[in-house]
Design a protein around this ligand. Structure first.
Ligand code: NAD
Length: 304
């Protein structure tokens, strides 16, 4: 299978390198030519336009920041849509919404071009190690055809078809919405508890042994508690984009989403304070700065 790959950032860069390492013939494109340097060294073909990454390819993957970027790449000048050959598949692995994919399907279906949405979880680390979780929306037979490619990028046990077109986008947005909500709630709880005089390690241990335990408290918050690392491999601009899309989706399906809207505002506030490129865990820093309470544990405590 010959593959095109568009969007060589924190996620798409290592994902496409993994496809090259697995022996696939890969054409790559990005607006930043320099993002492809390592890929070209490892045998990738450089494509100067999205269309160039689509010509003669059996499957083309996009891994782009927002729906607006996906639209530009598919439907803009020298766009991918017109280059997709009959029988080929466009796989959008960006965290996005179905509007652009729906328009592409409407225009390309009579040429036998298939479309899958297949967003991912697992951060840049999962992209590097080929252990992403992948949520696929679309036709079952097309999913089966592309699955060997997904197995290079993700953990085979955690690659799942979650429904028809658009279902992958929805599942991914719901995962991020819940994770960001965990982050804001956990931050408030740890800050209130420690400001009220309880030792942070004791508070965390008590919470982990209680019905209020979570994976976030057990695992994900440790990068902040141990190292003051707010994970800049996932930018605040993208986190705010995901929360905006999730809140919009709630509106579109007529569901009140008061908590989600509040979490989005907290994220926007942290983005305003620390910038677009700040890490996705920056709301923790916001609370630390507002209250003068750094949430840090000595490493020996974490190793107990
Ligand atoms: P990124 O900003 O690091 O990379 C995006 C890449 O797309 C960049 O290299 C950029 O130059 C390129 N690009 C932008 N516009 C383009 C265009 N018009 N044509 C060609 N290339 C273009 O973003 P990322 O962190 O790799 O995230 C990509 C997607 O994956 C986003 O939708 C994000 O929400 C999602 N995601 C990210 C993570 C993470 O931890 N970083 C985890 C899961 C999902």
């Amino acid at each position: 299978m010959k593959i095109g790959f568009i969007g060589l950032g924190n996620m798409g860069g290592p994902m496409s390198l993994n496809l090259l390492a697995a022996g696939y013939d890969v054409a790559v494109h990005d607006v930043r030519r320099e993002a492809a340097a390592e890929h070209e060294r490892r045998g990738a073909v450089w494509a100067a336009t999205p269309a160039g990454a689509g010509h003669g390819r059996d499957a083309v993957i996009t891994m782009l920041p927002t729906p607006r970027h996906v639209e530009t790449v598919l439907l803009g000048p020298a766009g991918l849509l017109d280059a997709l050959a009959p029988g080929s598949v466009w796989v959008d692995m960006s965290t996005s919404v179905p509007e652009v994919a729906d328009r592409v399907r409407a225009r390309a279906a009579d040429r036998g071009v298939e479309v899958l949405d297949a967003p991912v979880s697992g951060m840049a680390h999962g992209a590097r190690t080929g252990s992403l979780q992948i949520f696929v929306g679309g036709d079952e037979a097309t999913y089966r055809r592309v699955r060997p490619v997904f197995e290079v990028l993700g953990d085979p046990e955690r690659i799942m078809r979650v429904g028809g077109h658009g279902a992958g986008y929805t599942v991914k947005l719901m995962i991020n919405l819940l994770w960001f909500s965990h982050l804001v709630a956990t931050t408030e709880v740890l800050t209130i508890g420690t400001r009220a005089g309880v030792d942070l390690a004791v508070l965390r241990a008590a919470l982990l042994a209680s019905p209020a335990a979570s994976n976030f408290l057990d695992r994900d918050v440790l990068s902040v508690l141990a190292h003051g690392d707010y994970d800049d491999s996932f930018a605040m601009a993208l986190a705010c984009k995901d929360l905006g899309l999730a809140v919009d989706l709630a509106g579109a399906v007529g569901v009140p989403a008061e908590l989600s809207a509040l979490v989005e505002q907290v994220y926007r506030r942290a983005r305003a304070a620390y910038g677009d490129l700040a890490g996705e865990m920056s709301p923790v820093r916001l609370w630390e700065d507002l209250t003068g309470t750094p949430l840090r544990l000595p490493v020996p405590v974490l190793q107990e």
